[in-house]
Design a protein around this ligand. Structure first.
Ligand SMILES: [Zn+2]
Ligand SMILES: [Zn+2]
Length: 370
C-alpha cells in the first residue's frame, strides 16, 4: 500500500515541534472524527491515516526512525494502527479504537482507561446521612450515649444488593453483546475522542437479569428505619457533629456504606455557663457571710453537690475554684475547673432589725475613718 508522507498527513513542517504536532493532531481529530461524518466512509480512512501519522511523529524514537528510513519498521502496524482498511461500517473497528485508547493514554489519561470506567460505575460508596439530637449541658460536658432514629437505604437482604431475583438467571445484554462496554465520541479538553464507556443497558455487567428482585424492585437497596446508638464524647459544643462510621446509606454493588452525621443541639442551662473546659456558677451569699466567712453547697454538673469554704472577708465578684469539677475540652483526659463567682446580696428592703444593726455598723465604720 502506498504510504502518504506523515508530515503531509498532519500538514506540519519537517521541523515541527512535538507541541505543534500535538496541537495539529487535535485540530484534525476535531475536523475528521468519523462520528462527525457518519455517512462518509472516507472519514474513517482519513482518521486512520491521521492516527497513524500522529502515532509515529509524536514518538521521538519512531519519528527519528521515520525521518531516516521513511518508514517505521514493526512498530506501527503491530500496534494496530490499521492501514485504513479494517473499518467496515465506520464505527466499531477494533484497530481504530485500540489506537484511540493508546492516544488517550499518551495524553495522560492513565492506563486501563476502559476498565477503570467500568469499575467506577459499578461500585459506588453509599452517601452520608444526617440526623440531629438535643442533649443537656451536663450530657455535653460529660459525654453520653443516645439512640438516634434514622431512615436510610439498606442493602436488600434478598438479593444482597445485586437487584437480581436469586436463581432467575441472566440473558446476554443486546446493547453491548455481553462485553459490558460501548464506544462513543466524547469531547475533552484535547478535542473529540472515541472513548469506551460502561454499557448503559447492563451497567457493565454484560448480562441482564431475567427477573428483578421482588423485594427491592431491582434497586438492590431498600429503605429502612433504624435506631442507632451514638456515642457523644465529653466536651461537645452546640452545633458540633459526631460521625458514626458505616451507618449511612448502603453502597451499590458491594461499595462501602456512607456515614451518619449527628448534629448536636445543647439545651441552654440556667445554672451553669460553659467556656471551653471551665464551668461557671454564680453563688449568692449574704453580706454577713461575705464578711464573716461560711461554708456553702455548690451544685455540680453531674448532679450532686460539693461543699465550698467562703473565707472571711470575701469580696463580691471574686472567683473561687473547685478543681476538676468543670468540663472536658474535646479529646482531653482531665476535667477543667468549676469556677464559683461570688455575688454578695445587698438587702433590697432591709427589715427594721437589719436597719438597726447596719446603723450600728455605720457608726463603727465612720469612727474608724476619723
Ligand atoms: Zn433485592
Ligand atoms: Zn450491556
Amino acid at each position: 500500500m502506498a504510504q502518504r508522507d506523515y508530515y503531509e498527513v498532519l500538514n506540519v513542517s519537517k521541523s515541527a515541534t512535538p507541541e505543534e504536532i500535538t496541537k495539529r493532531y487535535r485540530e484534525l481529530v476535531m475536523k475528521y472524527h468519523p462520528d462527525l461524518h457518519k455517512n462518509d466512509p472516507g472519514a474513517s480512512k482519513k482518521m486512520s491515516e491521521i492516527n497513524e501519522a500522529y502515532e509515529v511523529l509524536s514518538d521521538p524514537e519512531k519519528r527519528k526512525q521515520y525521518d531516516v528510513y521513511g518508514a517505521v519498521g514493526e512498530g506501527v502496524g503491530a500496534q494496530g494502527y490499521g492501514q485504513g482498511t479494517n473499518f467496515g461500517g465506520g464505527f466499531g473497528g477494533g484497530d481504530f479504537f485500540g489506537g484511540v485508547e493508546d492516544i488517550l493514554r499518551n495524553f495522560g489519561f492513565g492506563g486501563g482507561f476502559g476498565e477503570a470506567t467500568v469499575e467506577n460505575e459499578r461500585i459506588s460508596a453509599g452517601s452520608n446521612i444526617e440526623a440531629s439530637i438535643t442533649i443537656s449541658l451536663s450530657e455535653a460536658v460529660l459525654g453520653t450515649e443516645k439512640d438516634v432514629k434514622v431512615t436510610r437505604n439498606d442493602m436488600c437482604s434478598v438479593c444482597h444488593g445485586s437487584g437480581v431475583e436469586p436463581r432467575a438467571g441472566y440473558t446476554t445484554c443486546s446493547t453491548c453483546k455481553g462485553s459490558g462496554v460501548v464506544r462513543k465520541a466524547q469531547r475533552t479538553m484535547f478535542g473529540e475522542f472515541v472513548v469506551q464507556t460502561t454499557c448503559p443497558t447492563c451497567h457493565g455487567e454484560g448480562k441482564i437479569p431475567k427477573e428483578k428482585c421482588h423485594n427491592c424492585v431491582g434497586n438492590g437497596i431498600i429503605k429502612g428505619n433504624h435506631t442507632v446508638q451514638v456515642k457523644i464524647p465529653p466536651g461537645v459544643e452546640n452545633g458540633m457533629r459526631v460521625r458514626v462510621r458505616g451507618q449511612g446509606n448502603a453502597g451499590r454493588h458491594g461499595g462501602p456504606p456512607g456515614d451518619l452525621y449527628v448534629f448536636i443541639n445543647v439545651i441552654e442551662n440556667k445554672t451553669f455557663t460553659r467556656v471551653q473546659d471551665k464551668i461557671y456558677y454564680n453563688a449568692h451569699i449574704s453580706v454577713a457571710d461575705a464578711v464573716l466567712g461560711t461554708v456553702i453547697s455548690v451544685p455540680l454538673i453531674e448532679g450532686n453537690e460539693e461543699k465550698l469554704k467562703i473565707p472571711l472577708g470575701t469580696q463580691s465578684n471574686s472567683e473561687l475554684v473547685i478543681r476538676g469539677r468543670g468540663g472536658y475540652a474535646i479529646g482531653a483526659r482531665r476535667r477543667g475547673d468549676l469556677i464559683v463567682k461570688i455575688q454578695v446580696d445587698i438587702p433590697i428592703s432591709p427589715s427594721s432589725e437589719e436597719v438597726y444593726y447596719f446603723e450600728k455598723l455605720r457608726e463603727i465604720y465612720n469612727a474608724r475613718r476619723r
